[in-house]
Design a protein. Sequence first.
Lengths: 343, 237, 289
Amino acid sequence: MSAPGTIVSALPAQRIAGLDADFWRRVLIALAVMIAVLLPWAVSDYRVFQFTQAAIYAVALLGLNILTGYNGQISLGHGAFFAIGGYAAAILMHKLGVPYYLTIVPAGLAAFAVGVLFGLPALRLEGLYLALVTLSMAVATPQFLKYFDHWTGGSQGILLRKPAAPLWLPIGRDRWLYYQVLIVLLIAFWAGSNLLKSRTGRALVAIRDHPISAAAMGINLPLYKTCAFGVSALFTGIAGAMAAIVTGFVAPDSFNVFLSISFIVGSVVGGIATVSGAIFGGIFIQFIPNIANQISDAAPWAIYGMFLLGFMYVMPKGVAGFIKERAIRYRQARESADADEAR
Amino acid sequence: MTALLEVSDLRASYGPAEVLHGIGFAVEEGGITALLGANGAGKTTTLRAVCGMVSRKGDVRFAGERIDGKATEAIARLGVAHVPEGRGTFVRLSVEENLRIGAYGRRDRGAANDDMERMYQHFPKLAGRRKQQAGTLSGGEQQMLAIARALMLKPRLLVLDEPSFGLGPMIVASIFKIMETVRREQRVSILLVEQNAALALELADHAYLIETGSMVMGGPARALKENEQVRRSYLGY
Amino acid sequence: MTQLTQQILSGVATGAVYASLALALVMIYQATESVNFAQGEMAMFSTYIAWTLVQAGLPFWAAFLLTVLISFIGGVLIERVIVRPVHDAPVLTHVIVFIGLLVILNAVAGWIYTYTVKEFPSPFPSKPLFGGAITGHDLGVICVTLAMLMLLFAFFRFTPLGLAMRAAAQNPESAKLAGIRVGWMLAMGWGLAAAVGAVAGVMVAPVLFLDPNMMSGVLLYAFAGALLGGISSPGGAVLGGLIVGVLENLVGTYLIASELKLSTALAFIILVLVIKPSGLFGRVAIKRV
């Protein structure tokens, strides 16, 4: 056992190092937000629309990261929660005449409810079994949407009116939507990273890494695991609602298996179990297919697949994981250089 | 006598942390060498480094040939049979299949059947359980199976990592007796890591003492047994 | 009653295809601890190779054997070139690599052969046999699958190479210490899985027709079959595949319209898994603290 004194004396040094890292993180976040705010004025309307989509995906991926990355429950079917959010918003707007900005929270809550319900049977399933079940959910989603056509409009889907910017604001519709999505994204990421830094977040990680020890420490496994499902679905559902509003359209075939697969791809490529990874992932799933298309008209998806392999070979822990590793290595190198100097 | 295994300046690391800092020792042709030391001293890592199971540097020669750059399976094929920590039993295969796998790396696979019968004579307990799943054997039987599996390779060097671990004294005694017989009859050299220093020094003709990744002393087993420091710290009298 | 027999037998025939693919999944799972989501697309690609060979004028069975051989080599190459670099990476990284492989194979097949649906010849007579209980094709599929399973069983059970492959999958480190070249064993496992998949593809193509997306449904059923039987048990996976095939057919005939057939069959399987999470025949995974 070490004396209490050593712990106390170790603290200030840690705090200084922590402050250093924290300081630089804050600078980076501020910089990223600034770029995000200025971005629409540097690119065309169409690109703004694409960045809006990427931001929406990022929110969806944050949800998936909480569940799969931090809590270790693999989901290959998050497109279903995206669909629930999208359809909830669309039905509220189309059938009940609710203004678009009031649909986001109810849509998120609807996804939350379904997520919790889904999390209950998921308690019995682990790893691959959960992967199969969620994959099945992704496969079944379009079929269900078509089947309940009274509410969903069947294969035709629901057409919505895209919201325009208020008259007193001198910006186009795309930029108006972009800024609103950006605000939701900032709130979502602020909430998400605070949640993960809290006691709850640590409990989620403990359950992922060592379920038995976590239970022995008094963490209520079923409660946390179902809540993780619910919260994850909440984020993804909110993203789905925004997607419905921004594209002005929902239809069963836009929520197919491929969407769910894109989500897990984005999540891992961006960096699973990281918050910033969701942003990189969103950018990846929005833009890489376009780039692939530009490279080869004939077989764009082959190029996309090669991008996937390439990313995984170079950065097996995703973009965010790669950056983190580099930063740590840089810091170690600098510290040992400092130590050498001191000698 | 000439050395069958010669190790000098062996370094090994897990990730960035070096855990062996230049170890040197030798196993003589037909001899038994024991590595002694406390938990975490680096005995197991030394064996793993010899067989290429951790990233290592240094000069390791087996029968005069450099093996420090070779892959584990290539080293095995040269005639080094390693019974790893935890025995490495193929728990879902039968006893007989375990023995057959032991013979996979040798050239004269035709003679393997005769050797299998010889193993059953050495270890009569295994003979009655040929078709049984290896995972259902008791700890002592699994240790016998592991040694038998290693001998099926017809090795020139047998590397054993704590063969007495978790076993009762009776079984340990019989296993050590079998090792002695095997060495005499088949002229197999043995490199042994053992917690039970008294037992190891009884069996071995050479012994080395490892502390925190470095060699602190080595020589004839008799000399170590009489050493004051070894006696106090490892023999406990 | 006769209709029921008919439906069950035709379900067994489809199930045989699911069983083959399920077995391929289990073979790779046992060696790598991850599910090869590209297994279906690999089988699809093999089927296109068979189609090309038949178009080139080869007799069906010659084309079949050649396809199996080419698929084996292809599987070995895929392991060596694509899977090996991420061997030590986390499971999710494997999943993404497999998805990448799936997408590439699908796109390349579409690029070479276009996405138009092609007919694929069946080597078996299509006329009904035994008073209409089973079609010639279905019976043929069952026989070919059975023969393949027996061959595989004999290979793994009675040959030194088969034993070495099992050992390498079970305890790679210990296998290396016995002188087994574990890397090659894994590659061979991929080759065999690809060959088994090729058989499944060629057997199912006359029914499903040939197009780059033909295997996506089959893979899902095979995955479900593998898990239903227990992913740790090859025999269980085969049985699981058969059960899924019969179940799918019965659900489609008696219970519900075909749009929801897939969902219903999956829902049923999920129910079974919730009740018995390690599958019907799988080992219960022991948790260590």
